[in-house]
Design a protein around this ligand. Structure first.
Ligand SMILES: [Fe+2]
Ligand SMILES: [Fe+2]
Length: 235
């Protein structure tokens, strides 16, 4: 009988470098940010949302590219299990893309934010209570640590923004990861510089950021980026 990774000791998870311990650390940080998102409004809330985006998109992208293929290989019901979390990830991508597109004054924003919090919490529960314990049953502590190193590596070079058109499964997500990651991370630097720099720099920063977003939109719509998804996740 598998036990939630939420209630296990770090040693039981295979040590601090195990993929299970690494996942749980991110989930704890996400939980803190979700509480702050619910407590804040206006510019402060926008700042928290941006921190959530930068945490969850690279985290989830690396799950889709590295972890879920292992579950599909190891478990007879791996396809169904991973399809459920891929659909949650897809909804997160669509919600954040809509929040960014429609801005802070849109009347749907409160409902979208509430749903975003809800689906992110559901995703963490599904992973900690079901998927990751099942993975734990299949792999040794050594294997969990090796998988942890691979997941961490991919997470560090993964896209940091929503890409709802990209496939949630390889090969589409793997093929588009590098160009999208470069575009996203350049945008992150430009946006941060525009926010912190002199006011006269802000319009220029916004124009560069919009241009990069446009290019990312083209990349994620290219046919290779869309290959691999299992219906009904595909859009
Ligand atoms: Fe996760
Ligand atoms: Fe996830």
């Amino acid at each position: 009988m598998s036990r939630s990774i939420a209630t296990q000791t770090v040693d039981e998870l295979g040590g601090p470098r195990s993929v299970l311990a690494r996942q749980r650390r991110d989930h704890v940080q996400l939980d803190r940010l979700l509480h702050r998102l619910e407590e804040t409004t206006g510019a402060a809330q926008e700042g928290v949302l941006q921190r959530i985006d930068r945490l969850v998109f690279s985290h989830a992208f690396a799950e889709e590219a590295v972890l879920w293929p292992v579950l599909r290989r190891e478990l007879p019901d791996g396809d169904e299990l991973t399809l459920g979390v891929e659909q949650e990830h897809q909804e997160v991508n669509e919600l954040v893309a809509a929040l960014e597109r429609d801005g802070q004054d849109d009347h749907r924003r409160p409902a979208r934010l509430a749903r975003l919090v809800e689906v992110l919490r559901e995703d963490v529960r599904d992973e900690e209570d079901v998927l990751l314990p099942r993975l734990q049953e299949q792999l040794s502590h050594d294997e969990l640590r090796r998988l942890g190193a691979r997941w961490e590596l991919v997470r560090r070079i993964a896209p940091t923004r929503p890409h709802p058109t990209v496939s949630r499964r390889p090969p589409g997500n793997a093929l588009s990861a590098l160009p999208l990651s470069l575009l996203d991370r350049t945008r992150d630097v430009v946006d941060d510089a525009a926010r912190r720099g002199p006011d006269r720099f802000a319009p220029f920063g916004r124009a560069v950021s919009s241009g990069l977003a446009l290019v990312a939109g083209l990349v994620e719509r290219m046919p290779p980026a869309r290959t691999g998804d299992r219906p009904p996740t595909s859009r």
